[in-house]
Design a protein around this ligand. Structure first.
Ligand SMILES: Nc1nc2c(c(=O)[nH]1)N[C@H]1C(S)=C(S)[C@@H](COP(=O)(O)O)O[C@H]1N2
Ligand SMILES: [Mo]
Length: 198
């Protein structure tokens, strides 16, 4: 059995870890500024900008379909974590309840405490993106963005805003918090889009 002597990477690992990333089984916490503490019952997600203004409360979000998904996450600080399991509301299940103006091309995601991050609608409206409130089948811990965070696994993890409280639809791209501070406007880990060139 050749397999006893040659340990090549498992086939399903190939192409899974982006350039410059190392695997971790821990779950590092990365937060700029203080950690807000509030309950799921107190969550509101405000829809504003180039959309009919609306406020989603926790009971309204809870009434939408709930989905559990497992996927890999990649942080710009060079760690990746495979097979993380999240439960929440798919962005694609929320979108039919919003009324966007036709000029809207991007969304500025807002968090309690003022953190923001920008996404194109193409990157935002994807089947795997979740407004997540559970991780590993437990309530999402406060320091990881609980009670409710966005998870956008195909981009670096700074796009996955913790303590989600607003979605502002805008015309054209604009930088969020880290993007104003040198991070890439899009942040595709497989293209190594870590920092902007300016
Ligand atoms: N509101 C808010 N969301 C945030 C951040 C933050 O500082 N504030 N940090 C971002 C960054 S840089 C990363 S890598 C991930 C980290 O998530 P974690 O602490 O659950 O690992 O959250 C992102 N979302
Ligand atoms: Mo990060």
């Amino acid at each position: 059995m050749l397999g006893n002597f040659f340990k090549k990477p498992a086939d399903d690992m190939q192409g899974r870890v982006p350039p410059g990333q190392s695997l971790t089984s821990r779950f590092p916490v990365l937060t700029y500024g203080p950690v807000p503490r509030y309950r799921l019952e107190d969550v509101t997600v405000k829809i504003f900008g180039l959309a009919e203004e609306q406020q989603f409360t926790w009971p309204q979000l809870r009434a939408l379909p709930q989905t559990t998904l497992t996927y890999d996450i990649h942080c710009v600080t060079h760690w990746s974590k495979l097979d993380t399991t999240w439960t929440g509301i798919r962005v694609t299940d929320l979108m039919p309840h919003l009324r966007l103006r036709p000029e809207a091309t991007h969304v500025m995601v807002h968090s309690v405490g003022g953190y923001t991050t920008n996404l194109s609608l193409e990157d935002f409206v994807r089947e795997e993106n979740l407004l997540a409130y559970r991780f590993d089948d437990k309530p999402l811990e406060t320091e990881h963005g609980g009670p409710l965070r966005l998870v956008v696994p195909h981009l670096y993890f700074w796009k996955s805003a913790k303590w989600l409280n607003g979605l502002e639809f805008i015309a054209g791209d604009a930088p969020g918090f880290w993007e104003r501070n040198g991070y890439h406007m899009r942040g595709d880990p497989f293209k190594d889009e870590r920092y902007s060139d300016e």
